[in-house]
Structures are given as structure tokens and as C-alpha cells.
Design a binder for this molecule. Structure first.
Ligand SMILES: [Zn+2]
Ligand SMILES: [Zn+2]
Length: 258
């Protein structure tokens, strides 16, 4: 029963933490290339979707030792990217570990500080870059009933709270870990693609009024609800992560994507 309650709270939170649009303290604003990758979530949607400026994508994936994602989850992200974006010169992943930064919990500013210290790749003339970080500690904004699993915080950056993901997946009444990781990773990347109404204009009205910057279709990847006991049951029994619905797909198509 304890597991079940925990799992329920997780589904709710999948989205609460995402799509932060706050302005973070930028430690190196004097570097033009660096500042290109420290803009608000969604502002690079067209750059990710099209090959107008950037013809390839380099994903810098960094995890704290012991908190690396499953390889299948990374493969699912690459498949998602190839299905939605034009990057004719390829999508590549550079993955490495770092030692724990040593905090018990992490604010988004802490997560941004780690990126500023560790990120080595920034956009070049024709290559887009993406930073994905897998944290060992939980989000400092967690409450007893709300656990944040992932957050997109800059235009080419998102974090997964892998410690939290591991603690609520693969248990007797938990979702499958690959399914949960894939859901959170592709959802956060969906925010970087400007979904929903977050930099990519809506072709039809489908933003969830109660949960801004999310889709109102409960079957869509970009959906997040605060009454998700039904959705929770679904996730536990699902065999694959949710996908984008037609409304979200049409938005991406109209904004330069596939
Ligand atoms: Zn979200
Ligand atoms: Zn949708």
C-alpha cells in the first residue's frame, strides 16, 4: 500500500516541476556562445525542429556515478528526436559520469550551477547542443505528496532526478523504469520543442488551462493532471511511454518539425 501511494504521488509530479521559466543567475554571460544556451525554455524550439540553422545535434549526457539512465531510455530519446526533428548530419550522444556534488537536495539554481561548471559543449555555427543531467539528490521543491522527476529550465537543458525515478520504479506496484525514464525524458524534451504553447504556437487550442504549458489530452505525452490516480493505473500497466497526440504533432509540424 505504501508503494502504491508513492507511485501515485509520482505521476502527479511528473509535470509540476517541468517547464520552469524563471531567470537563473548566469555566471558567464560575457561568453556569447554560452549565453545562446541560457535562454528561456522553448525559445530554441525552431532550432531543434528544423535544419535552417543547425544541421546536427550533440547531446551531452552527464550523470552522477550510479545514477545513469538505462541505455534503452537513451535510445528511445534518440528515436523521438529523429522522428520529430530535421538533423540531417546526425544526432550523437556523449555520456559521462561525475562524482556527486554532495548536496542532499538540489534547487534548480543548484542544477544550473552544476551545468555551468560541467557543460563542455555549446552551439556552434551549425551544431545544436543539448545538456541532460541525471541528479543523485532529490529536488528541493519536493513535498510529502509531490515529487519532481524532471525539469526543463533553459532552452537546451533539462534535469532528471534519477534518484527519485529509481526509488519509484521497478517495485512491485511501480511503473517500469525504462517506461518512466522515457516518459520523463521525452516530456522534458517536448518542452524544449516548445510544447505546449511554450514557444511553438498552437495550431488549435489545446493547452490545459489548469496546468499551463501542458496539453489537455490525457493520452498525450504532454499531459499532466493533478487527479492522476486513473493515469497512474494506466502507467503501471502501460507497455510503452505515452506519445504526442495529433494536436501537439501538428504544432511541431507547423513550426518546422516533422
Ligand atoms: Zn511538463
Ligand atoms: Zn498533446
Amino acid at each position: 500500500m505504501v508503494y502504491k501511494i508513492l507511485a501515485i504521488s509520482v505521476l502527479l509530479l511528473l509535470i509540476t516541476g517541468c517547464a520552469t521559466e524563471n531567470t537563473l543567475n548566469d555566471g558567464q554571460a560575457d561568453d556569447v556562445n554560452v549565453s545562446l544556451n541560457r535562454q528561456n525554455v522553448g525559445t530554441s524550439a525552431h532550432d531543434f525542429l528544423s535544419d535552417d540553422t543547425y544541421t546536427s545535434l550533440l547531446i551531452e549526457m552527464v550523470y552522477v556515478e550510479g545514477f545513469d539512465p538505462q541505455q534503452s531510455s537513451i535510445s528511445n530519446l534518440i528515436t523521438f528526436i529523429n522522428n520529430r526533428t530535421y538533423k540531417p548530419d546526425g544526432v550523437t550522444v556523449e555520456k559521462r559520469s561525475i562524482a556527486s556534488p554532495g548536496l542532499e537536495t538540489y534547487s534548480i539554481q543548484d542544477i544550473a550551477d552544476i551545468e555551468m561548471a560541467e557543460r563542455t559543449h555549446y552551439n556552434t555555427e551549425d551544431q545544436m547542443t543539448l545538456w541532460v543531467y541525471f541528479s543523485d539528490g532529490q529536488a528541493s521543491s519536493n513535498t510529502e505528496t509531490n515529487v519532481v522527476l524532471g525539469t526543463a529550465y533553459w532552452n537546451s537543458s533539462f534535469v532528471l532526478f534519477e534518484d527519485s525515478i529509481q526509488s519509484v520504479s521497478n517495485g512491485p506496484f511501480d511503473p517500469d523504469r525504462e517506461l518512466l525514464e522515457t516518459t520523463v525524458i521525452t516530456h522534458e524534451f517536448g518542452h524544449l520543442l516548445g510544447l505546449t504553447n511554450l514557444g511553438t504556437p498552437m495550431e488549435t487550442e489545446h493547452e490545459d488551462e489548469a496546468h499551463p504549458k501542458h496539453c489537455n489530452n490525457e493520452n498525450c505525452l504532454m499531459y499532466w493532471s493533478s487527479e492522476s490516480s486513473a493515469g497512474l493505473e494506466n502507467m503501471i500497466n502501460m507497455s510503452a511511454a505515452p506519445e504526442l497526440d495529433n494536436a501537439c504533432l501538428n504544432d511541431l509540424l507547423a513550426h518546422g518539425g516533422k
